[in-house]
Ligand binder design. Structure first.
Ligand code: UDX
Length: 431
């Protein structure tokens, strides 16, 4: 069992810390936010993430998991220091590494000999070397400190499962002995372990996310085409998915991808391509299709409303970027809500997890605590997130509440036959 420090208690850091403690390591998780650390120390977690609460509770009671304020208070006692701080998108699409750089400078003087600093957050190719350089400049005994890249592939909503049953673990390091030590942290997991150089490890993360975004944009484009030729994209996806070279996952069309990773990582990869003089028009197309898909949903709502959104009331169900998370970052639903309001619509939204926060992000958006209240007097209902509970609502009540029975099902979640039988005008995506 090893002594591990995790710097950053956000989605990635908290999941990493709780899961490593669950695997038996002694983990100190540091954050700069005092209130967050105080709450976490009492076992109160700030995010909605399946299974995470139980692991944090388990870690605290076994004393294998502790929370502290300040990176240097965790790093000094650790054999392994995971950097899990945000790498937000800068104006030009590049990843802003200032948090990573600050932490590297802060921990450099306290690292013990033999410590390994591990980049877990998604960082551009070259970041492992950058961290190495900053550590050296800031006083770490660099010949005695290892640096590695170990990208995360965690999906929000299932990050605990993804951590404990990974498809693969990727470790990028120039020193094979250090890579072996990092791999031993994951020894009890039954997963393929890929040890490679830092640049390849960093590229694996970007290429994986860009490829998944490509799959989604491709299916959104196929869905749009299906609408013009009377095909059903769900049948098409099924028929494609049986081909093992394609697979069933990430073939669901919708309002476009969002979240904290795909938009940011595709932008960062495009930025890197531009800088190196490579014309990555394929990926530019993927991003363009995604923007147009948000707009296409606005168009569908406008058509259902009778051609104009001015003065029209719209009910929205779902504001998070996907179901089973409370995360609103880069949510297509918020983009769509903003656009509807810009065109003069009155928008009332319900989301099972987003709460009032959404209203502060979209001026003019009214957030209500009940899906039926959202429908009161509305001319169109738009379902924008695939929360399972939306399937089971009372659609007779919805019908009676709506001013005009028109539904946009942007996630192909509902049963069009049952809705049409009730008298709804139903519009899905690609069907
Ligand atoms: C993603 C990656 O899956 C994960 O490996 C990485 O580490 C972080 O980014 P996440 O952002 O949590 O995870 O969500 P994911 O489930 O991948 O969905 C991303 C977006 O794509 C969501 O907006 C989702 O609704 C959309 N999506 C996904 C589709 O529109 N269709 C699909 O078939 C799948």
């Amino acid at each position: 069992m090893s002594d591990v420090a995790v710097i950053g208690a956000g989605y990635v850091g908290l999941t990493t810390a709780a899961c490593l403690a669950h695997l038996g390591h002694r983990v100190t998780c540091a954050d700069i936010d005092r209130e967050r650390v105080a709450a976490l120390s009492k076992g109160e977690i700030p995010i909605l993430e399946d299974g995470l609460q139980a692991l944090v509770t388990e870690g605290l009671s076994s004393r294998r998991l502790t929370f502290v304020v300040g990176a240097e208070n965790a790093a000094g006692i650790a054999e392994f220091v995971f950097l899990c701080v945000p790498t937000p998108q800068a104006e030009d699409g590049s990843a802003n590494l200032s948090f990573v750089e600050d932490v590297a400078r802060e921990i450099a003087p306290v690292l013990r000999p033999g410590a390994v600093v591990i980049n877990k957050s998604t960082m551009p190719v070259g970041s492992t070397r950058l961290v190495q350089r900053i550590l050296a400049e800031a006083g770490a005994a660099i010949e005695e400190v290892g640096v590695a890249s170990n990208p995360e592939f965690l999906r929000e909503g299932s990050s605990v499962r993804d951590f404990l049953s990974p498809n693969r673990v990727v470790i990028g390091c120039d020193d094979p002995a250090v890579a072996v030590r990092v791999s031993e942290l994951y020894r009890s997991l039954n997963a393929p372990m890929l040890v490679t150089d830092p640049a390849s490890a960093e590229m694996i993360k970007y290429a994986s996310n860009a490829f998944l975004a490509t799959k989604i944009s491709f299916m959104n484009a196929i869905a749009n085409l299906c609408e013009t030729v009377d095909a059903d994209v769900r049948e098409v996806a099924l028929g494609m998915g049986y081909d093992q070279r394609i697979g069933f996952e990430f073939l669901h069309p919708g309002p476009g991808y969002g979240g904290s990773c795909f938009p940011k990582d595709t932008a960062a990869l495009l930025y890197a391509a531009r800088r190196s003089g490579y014309d990555f028009s394929l990926l530019e197309g993927v991003v363009e299709v995604n923007f147009r898909q948000h707009e296409r949903m606005v168009e569908k709502v406008r058509n259902l409303a009778g051609g104009t959104l001015h003065g029209v009331s719209i009910a929205l169900w779902g504001l998070t970027f996907k179901a089973n998370t409370d995360d609103l970052r880069d949510s297509p639903a918020l983009v769509i809500a903003r656009r509807l309001i810009e065109e003069g619509a009155k928008v009332q939204a319900y989301d099972p997890a987003a709460g009032e926060r959404a209203a502060t992000l979209v001026p003019g958006l009214e957030v209500v605590p009940d899906p039926y209240v959202a429908c009161e007097g509305a001319h169109v209902l738009a379902v924008l997130t695939e929360w399972d509970e939306f399937r089971w609502l009372d659609f007779d009540r919805v019908l009676a509440t709506l001013g005009r029975p028109a539904v946009l099902d942007a996630r192909n979640l509902l049963d069009p036959v049952a809705l049409r039988r009730r008298g709804f005008t139903y519009e899905g995506v690609g069907r």
